[in-house]
Design a binder for this molecule. Sequence first.
Ligand code: SF4
Length: 471
Amino acid sequence: MSHIKRFMERLAGDIKFRTAVSESADAPRAVTERYGIEVDPLEILPLWRDDHLTYRYKPESAPWPLSIMWDEYMRDMLRHRDLLRDHGDMSMTNPRFHAWRERQIRRCNDELGGSAPSITHPIIAFELREGCTVGCWFCGLSAAPFKGYYEYSKQHAELWRGVVGVASEVFGPAARTGFCYWATEPMDNPQYDRFLFDYYQITGALPQTTTAAPLKDEALTRRVLGLFNLYGTTMNRFSVLSTAHLNQIHRAFSPEELTGVELIMQGKDAPTAKAFTGRARKRKEKLSARQEAIALTERNHTTIACVSGFLVNMPQRRLQLVTPVPGSERWPLGYRIVGQRSFRTPDEFRDGLKSMIDQHMLESPAPDLPIRFRRDLEYTAGDRCFHLRSRSMEHRVLDYAPISVGHLIACGNFTVSELVMRASTDGMSVLAVADLLDQLYAAGVIEEDLGDRYAWQTSDGMKDRIEEAQG
Ligand code: SF4
């Protein structure tokens, strides 16, 4: 498997290899031997030869069992990704956070286009450095230049273990979805593995690592891979920045050593689409100003942010509640910051978590705040129903209220309590309307980003009321 994996990596990341294999169609083994890959390409034809690709995932691929084995492995990887999303379940440990996260997942599936299926919505991420030394041109999070890392000193280790302990206590097993980088490069912290091991000891799970600098401190990378071999369950990832980088990685690590590492080809010609956020967004805007085409796949790749939950910056002792959104002028990094707190101790960290859950994770839309549909949704009235169309799907909603609830929400001129009064004529219909609003809210089609002036630009009066309501 590890050698088939290496074959596929070279195919994706090295045009010379691709050409050499296809030009030696009768004896491609000589090419793989040259690259130290112990696979005869003739035994995996459906994985690479144009005229055999059509057999993939079909009974016709039976003569190539190694090819079937690879496809099954890839299917397992996708199934594992879906399981990771389920690991964030907090229905028993923290029902309010659970309902909020579920709502964000539904919204993201509706709003994020091609990015949505790969997002697992971890509930927490930690930054253990400030800025990043790598400076990738495509950085979807526009990482700032490197300023330093969070040392594993006695004092820091104490705070770190305290904070992870609180996360584990407040979120239960869902804390195992956490990871330890964000707009930062893990290997910029030479003591990164010590933080990982603490996390494993406290939560029972070793955080996953994605690095674009696996060769920066090879000993550290090997320690991280060693921890994965002992305790890991989620594949690590190396971002490969060019074919030269791929060559260096393949020289440094054997196919067997990289069995648990997914290589993501990020070179300029690589097949990996870049999300329309951060530095990649700026570059694409320049391209489009020069009238160069932006591939549809890239326009549909709206964000690389994945956390629906808390982002914790340890050097700054800052706690933010975040969730993925499509990259935009308002949220250029592809995630929305819902709220923010600072902390100095594990107790303050716990207080910060609790107060943000209380303030932002409401079970129903707030009665005194305006209500309207998400701005990306197209509203159409129907007969005793209405339709909401997003980039990915269409919702049909039954609407039997005396005055259409859909119409009143689409107007965007009412608070929730005003709308309930307008749409109802008696006690029964008040309950029915409130119930419909709750269902729409849980479905994620109600705008939650009320601070977004762009969403409300049709009504100046409403802007003032939002500001008033939000203090
Ligand atoms: S993509 Fe990762 S490694 Fe590259 S600049 Fe951004 S944070 Fe750093």
